[in-house]
Design a protein around this ligand. Structure first.
Ligand code: GRF
Length: 207
C-alpha cells in the first residue's frame, strides 16, 4: 500500500506520521510505505525534512501555473506513478479542484484544526475562542468537493482556557493532532474505514 503526503509548510504532522510508521513498522507488518512527499512550496521545511529522511521529495510550485486546474493536473500527474492508496494532506494549503478530488475519491485525507462541522476554513483557533467555545479540537476527514466537508474519520478534543490566545490553543492542540493523524491514516490504508450513508465507520466500531 502506498501513501503520498502533500504539505506546504512546517510538516510536523508529516513527521508524526513518519515517526509512527517507523516505530510501528508499517512497511514490514502491513506493506505500507510513504512513497513521496510533495509540496506546492519549494521552501517548505517539511519537504527538506523528507529529503533528509531519504524520502522522495518533490516540489511543484503552484505559482508556476496559470490556473488552479493546471496546477492540479500537474499535481495529479506527479502523484499517479506512486499508485497511491492514501493521499495525506498534512498542512497542504491549497484548495483542490473538484476534478482532482473526484480522481482520487475516497483516498484523500485531511486534518483540520477544528471540531468540524464547526469552523471550516482559516483562523480556526481564533474563531473558536471568539465564539466562547469551552472545547476545541482537530478533525481528520475524507476530502470531498465541499471544503472541510467530507466524512469525519476521527477527532481529538482539548479544553479552551480563559487565558488562551490562538497561538497557545494551537500549541495545546498540536500534540493531539500528531497522535490522531497517524492512527487515521493507518486505518484508512488498511481498509478499516468504510463509508456508510455518507459517514465514516471504523471496522472495530461495527464489530
Ligand atoms: C495543522 O494545524 C493542521 O491541522 C492544519 O495545518 C497545520 C499543519 O501543521 N491543517 P504542520 O505543517 O503539520 O506542522
Amino acid at each position: 500500500k502506498n501513501i503520498v503526503i502533500l504539505l506546504s509548510g512546517r510538516g510536523s504532522n508529516f513527521e508524526a506520521i513518519l515517526k509512527t510508521s517507523r516505530a510501528e513498522d508499517w512497511e514490514g507488518r502491513f506493506g505500507l510505505k510513504i512513497r513521496a512527499v510533495i509540496s506546492n512550496r519549494p521552501e517548505a521545511a517539511g519537504l527538506a525534512r523528507a529529503k533528509a529522511e531519504g524520502l522522495e521529495a518533490i516540489a511543484i510550485d503552484h505559482k508556476a501555473f496559470p490556473s488552479r486546474e493546471a496546477f492540479d493536473e500537474a499535481l495529479a500527474a506527479s502523484i499517479e506513478p506512486f499508485e497511491p492508496d492514501v493521499i495525506v494532506l498534512a498542512g497542504f494549503m491549497r484548495i483542490l479542484t473538484e476534478g482532482f478530488v473526484k480522481r482520487f475519491e475516497g483516498k484523500i485525507l485531511n486534518i483540520h484544526p477544528a471540531l468540524l462541522p464547526l469552523f471550516p476554513g482559516l483562523d480556526t483557533h481564533k474563531r473558536a475562542i471568539e465564539a466562547g467555545c469551552r472545547v476545541h479540537g482537530s478533525t481528520v476527514h475524507f476530502v470531498s468537493p465541499v471544503l472541510d466537508g467530507g466524512a469525519i474519520i476521527g477527532q481529538s478534543v482539548v479544553p479552551i482556557l480563559a487565558s488562551d490566545t490562538p497561538e497557545a490553543l494551537a500549541a495545546r492542540l498540536l500534540p493531539f493532532e500528531h497522535a490522531l493523524y497517524p492512527k487515521c491514516v493507518r486505518a484508512v490504508a488498511l481498509g478499516a474505514v468504510k463509508l456508510v450513508d455518507g459517514r465514516a465507520v471504523m471496522d472495530d466500531e461495527t464489530a
